[in-house]
Design a protein around this ligand. Sequence first.
Ligand SMILES: Cc1cc2nc3c(=O)[nH]c(=O)nc-3n(C[C@H](O)[C@H](O)[C@H](O)COP(=O)(O)O)c2cc1C
Length: 186
Amino acid sequence: MDILTAIHTRQSIPKVRLDPVPRELIERLLDAAVQAPNHHRNRPWRFVVLTGKARERLGEVMARSFQERVPNAAEAALEVERKRPLRAPVLIAVGIDPPDQPKIVEIENISAGAAAVENLLLAAHDLGLGAMWRTGAAAADPRVKEFLGFNPDQHLIAIVYVGYPEGEREAPERPSFTDRTTWMDE
Ligand SMILES: Cc1cc2nc3c(=O)[nH]c(=O)nc-3n(C[C@H](O)[C@H](O)[C@H](O)COP(=O)(O)O)c2cc1C
């Protein structure tokens, strides 16, 4: 698939099959991710790949956190949290290092991380996988970060859900760039 076709036809795939994804394909996604531009070549991204029971353990953490935020939460609501990570066979959490030298700027690290996530999404599309960039309350949750091995000052910018797409989807229709663009010539 050429790059412009990939960009134009990629879309978030919320429903994927639970069949396992070969590790070789997951590694190709990560390999695409780390081709992204990053200032000072500081590679600010960290990836945690969750498969199998690791998703269940993440679900437990998410349910416990939810209970802390909503002390009177019904068991059904906790179960929704518990099951969230089970929506795909592979989850790739993307954390961002905080600046560790004066020349490193936080927003640039986050920007590089976002570029890496987009690369990953495009690679998934090219390889016939479905992927969905998710954040939600979990992304800001210190317990979730701790479970993933991230420090509280590391941003968790994405949990990308990956699997083989379930069913067919219409081509995405997106608004034009025109109302978001100013041309300056002098
Ligand atoms: C930073 C970021 C966070 C996102 N978090 C969520 C999320 O928590 N839940 C969700 O359903 N989609 C999430 N999305 C995916 C968007 O909903 C999706 O990209 C958007 O609906 C456009 O659909 P498309 O990717 O098919 O163009 C997120 C996207 C970005 C860029």
